[in-house]
Design a protein. Structure first.
Length: 94
């Protein structure tokens, strides 16, 4: 994969990541998650492609939080859409 992906954040994601309990993960997201997603947003130890009604959405796991994103392969961009605690994220998505 020669082209590196760009990262974009939705307004929802950008506002939620500033709140507790997510704000303590900002440094890890910027220093670890984003570089990994720029290289290959499709595959990784903490990456999972969701199924069913959420087909096309990917999930990145950091501890007890889940980051949700979609990939626009035509524009080579990863769009960060939402962040939730594990206990809340799977209730909404099932």
């Amino acid at each position: 994969m020669s082209n590196k992906y760009q990262i974009a954040e939705t307004e929802l994601f950008a506002s939620k990541i500033q709140e507790d309990p997510y704000c303590k993960f900002i440094k890890k997201i910027n220093n670890y998650v984003y570089p990994q997603l720029k290289e290959n947003p499709f595959y990784g130890q903490n990456i999972k492609k969701l199924k069913g009604e959420y087909e096309g959405v990917y999930r990145y796991r950091i501890g007890d939080i889940r980051i949700f994103y979609i990939i626009d392969d035509n524009k080579i961009i990863v769009i960060m859409t939402d962040v939730e605690q594990r206990k809340d994220s799977y209730k909404k998505r099932k």
